[in-house]
Design a protein around this ligand. Structure first.
Ligand code: BES
Ligand code: MN
Ligand code: ZN
Length: 466
């Protein structure tokens, strides 16, 4: 799909012209006002649509009126959702060229229109022998060309991340993620099992030891002259989470190919970063492995040692993400960066707390956490702060090691957070739990079911706004 800026979208030869109607208002097309409003009493409620053929009397073959709802409730998030809905309608009608002529919107919608169009045009049909859904070829808009170009790149990175998370675990293995990371033209190092052993990554390697697929630790580095800041971004890269010996029930395991969505986000960001040439140094880190039960698997009761020397008693092999992140955080801290941000499908508890609409965020630096929440908000994601009080560590106390990897069920997202904190040293750090937002079991707003590319928009914009 390509977005083209035009002076007047209503004069473009298109299959469909999309116009908006606020509740109680009119559209910019007289014909639509006559039929939709006067004859058919179309109200313009949010998300409602009305379709009208033009019978050769206009450059466009049809007009699609999209309801914007009450003007006072309208916002960039709603615009993105409305655009996505329109694009889905247009692709059902097999339209190739779609023009958008919005009227009466009092904010710059270049970015959200672009995101909405790309998110809605996304399909994961590579394994369908018959590709039913058609893509829109061209979208014509009256908006800011620069902002559109930037949003198009971000949308491409989101689609990249969505493809990776949607990819079955049989293909998206640790080695495959490592191969992908090496294709970005960045300064990339892949550490194999022996090299991770030498670095002392005992927590990460314990998780991976039950699988026949070898673990890989991935380090991608983007740099520039005189960077203003140095940031490390870490993605949880569990290519499949069966739970290990503490095996998950089938109903929980079914979506666990998505347990590398944090890694997919980092790969999405790193796949496009050179095109933006930001004035920051960015390290993308992924401890990639599979959590599998086998004769070689780590066991409840085992004690493992992380890279910083801390010992961990395994209470539950299904609390594996935090073990892999522990070593990735230690590694990140040795890079002497200014900030570390991790993204992880870490806890079911976060999904219970916030559902599928918001990611949980916590950290050791108020300003970093608040900047990330604000960046998310401005670019169409929702981050919500959860506490990281020391009390949450109480249930992680071990009789025989420095800590256990799991404890109380209540407040589980914060318990995981304080566990991670033990591996963060002298650096500003934020942890984003995307367990609820990264993968949808049913369609939601602009998204079809499956991977969403959670975090990509926010992390890229956060980097670009430094
Ligand atoms: N990958 C899961 C978390 C998850 C749950 C992600 C649901 C997406 C949807 C994680 O590894 C896990 O299994 N967490 C356990 C931790 C528990 C054993 C302390 C959980 O949340 O139940
Ligand atoms: Mn798990
Ligand atoms: Zn997991």
């Amino acid at each position: 799909m390509e977005i083209k800026v035009v002076e007047n979208a209503a004069s473009v030869e298109a299959d469909i012209l999309v116009v908006n109607q606020f509740e109680g208002g009119k559209t910019s097309v007289d014909l639509a006002n006559k039929y939709a409003i006067e004859e058919d009493n179309f109200k313009g409620k949010f998300g409602e649509t009305y379709l009208l053929p033009t019978y050769g009397n206009a450059p466009y073959r049809k007009v699609l009126v999209i309801g914007f709802g009450k003007k006072e409730d309208f916002c960039p998030d709603k615009l993105r959702e409305a655009v996505a809905k329109s694009i889905k309608k247009c692709s059902q009608m097999e339209a190739k060229k779609v023009a958008f002529a919005f009227d009466g919107v009092d904010f710059d919608y270049s970015e959200q229109l672009t995101l909405g169009a790309f998110i809605a045009d996304y399909k994961f049909d590579k394994y369908k022998s018959e590709k039913k859904d058609k893509h829109i070829a061209e979208v014509f808009v009256q908006a800011d060309a620069e902002k559109i170009k930037k949003a198009e790149k971000i949308a491409t990175a989101m689609a990249f991340a969505r493809n990776l998370s949607n990819e079955p675990a049989q293909f998206a293995t640790p080695s495959e993620l490592a191969n992908i990371a090496q294709d970005f033209g960045l300064d990339t190092t892949i550490y194999n099992k022996e090299e991770c052993e030498k670095m002392g990554m005992g927590a990460f390697l314990a998780v991976g030891q039950g699988s026949i697929n070898e673990p890989k630790f991935i380090h991608m580095k983007y740099t520039c002259d005189n960077p203003k800041k140095r940031i490390a971004i870490i993605g949880k890269g569990i290519c499949f989470d069966s739970g290990g010996l503490d095996i998950k029930p089938a109903s929980s395991m079914i979506t666990m190919k998505d347990d590398m969505s944090g890694a997919a986000c980092i790969l999405g960001v790193m796949s496009i970063i050179r095109e933006f040439n930001p004035q920051v140094e960015v390290h993308g880190l992924i401890a990639a492995c599979e959590n599998m039960p086998s004769g070689k698997a780590y066991k409840p009761g085992d004690i493992v040692t992380a890279m910083n020397g801390k010992t961990i008693e395994i209470d539950n092999t299904d609390a594996e993400g935090r073990l892999t992140l522990a070593d990735a955080l230690c590694y990140a801290c040795e890079l002497k960066v200014d900030e570390v941000i991790d993204l992880a499908t870490l806890t079911g508890a976060c999904v219970v707390a916030l559902g599928t609409h918001a990611s949980g965020i916590m950290g050791n630096d108020e300003e970093l956490v608040h900047n990330l929440i604000d960046t998310a908000k401005r670019h169409g994601e929702k981050f919500w702060e959860l506490p990281l009080w020391d009390e949450y560590f109480d249930s992680l106390k071990s009789e025989i090691a420095d800590m256990k990897n799991s404890g109380a069920r209540w407040g589980g997202a914060s318990v995981a957070g304080v566990f991670l904190k033990k591996f963060v040293k002298d650096v500003k750090w934020a942890h984003i739990d995307i367990a609820g937002t990264a993968y949808l079991e049913k369609p939601q707003k602009e998204f079809i079911s499956g991977a969403t590319g959670a975090g990509v928009r926010t992390i890229l914009n956060y980097i670009l706004e430094q």
